[in-house]
Write a protein that binds this ligand. Structure first.
Ligand code: FES
Length: 311
């Protein structure tokens, strides 16, 4: 779809927020906390941004974009070129980081990782659930939305700029494992790794994370070709070690949408009917992987000689 930028505002050092509306004023697709949209920028660049506004407002989407000096130009375009009144292509919303039911939540954000957590806290608050936020960042000035969070939620929010307090003390904030508590974390890879280590003693599936970039993966389970049956297309393709499953099935005529092609956005999710995928994405949780009923074709492969896909 094509949406219009109705407002653009600076919300922190190096962070702008965009409000997007339908050009005709039509209502937009519903979404749930943790969802993201894809911005289609000139030259086909696609970037994913978490929806951070009010999900109960059916007419606007809000995203926040961090300027990434080492990036490939997507954030620079949003910061330097895109203006209120411009139109942009938008895909989604999709949600691979859903807020699952729980008695209480601990939210941990690093920098721009606050964005998917904002609607989650709003939702938890509406439901009257117990929750707390630990929010770290380089400096107070670089931490988007910290003032409105403190104003709205007071003591439940702990703002920890690194230049004032040093690194986050995750272990003491998390405390001892508590059944009935879900930990949601979004931020840079070192923060996610630290939270994963500190949550290793928690009940299984307590921790849910969202990554900006692909996690390091071990070598593929096999380095020999395997076959993929496309059940609905009625074809079988051989996937050699130098080709992704996504490319192989496309060459066989299957229509599969893709975007990041790094296993982080979720666009190429495909149901698996038979066989054991070698999951190599940065999205599925442990129990979702164990179900082996879906895979991301851009990065995941096969453990066995054959996979059957619902394509
Ligand atoms: Fe993004 Fe496959 S295209 S996960």
């Amino acid at each position: 779809m094509t949406l219009e930028v109705s407002a653009k505002e600076d919300v922190a050092e190096g962070v702008v927020a965009l409000t997007l509306v339908h050009p005709t004023g039509a209502r937009l697709a519903d979404w749930t906390p943790g969802s993201h949209v894809e911005l289609v920028l000139p030259e086909g660049t696609v970037r994913h941004y978490s929806l951070c506004g009010n999900r109960w407002d059916a007419y606007t989407y809000r995203i926040a974009v961090l300027r990434e000096p080492q990036g490939h130009g997507g954030s620079a375009y949003v910061h330097d070129v895109l203006r209120a009144g411009d139109r942009v292509g938008v895909g989604g919303p999709r949600n691979h980081f859903p807020l699952v039911p729980s008695e209480r939540y601990l939210f941990i954000a690093g920098g721009i990782g606050i964005t998917p957590l904002l609607p989650m806290m709003h939702q938890a608050d509406l439901l009257g659930l117990e929750w707390q936020l630990l929010y770290g960042g380089r400096s107070r000035a670089a931490m988007a939305f910290h003032e409105e969070l403190s104003a709205a939620y007071g003591e439940r929010v702990r703002i920890v700029p690194q230049d004032e307090y040093g690194p986050l003390d995750l272990a003491s904030w998390l405390g001892t494992p508590r059944p009935g508590t879900r930990v949601y974390c979004c931020g840079p890879a070192p923060l996610l790794a630290a939270v994963e280590a500190d949550c290793s003693g928690w009940p299984r599936y307590s921790l849910r994370t969202e990554r900006f970039t692909a996690a390091d993966q071990a070598a593929p389970v096999r380095d020999t070709p395997f076959e993929v049956d496309l059940r609905r297309t009625g074809r079988t393709v051989t996937v050699t070690p130098d080709v992704s499953v996504l490319d192989a099935v496309r060459r066989a005529g299957a229509q599969v949408l893709s975007s990041c092609e790094q296993g982080t956005c979720g666009t190429c999710l495909t149901p698996v009917l038979q066989g054991l995928p070698d999951h190599r994405d940065s999205i599925l949780t442990g129990h979702q992987r164990a179900a082996n009923d879906c895979m991301f074709l851009c990065v995941s492969r096969s453990c066995g000689d054959r996979l059957v896909l619902d394509l």
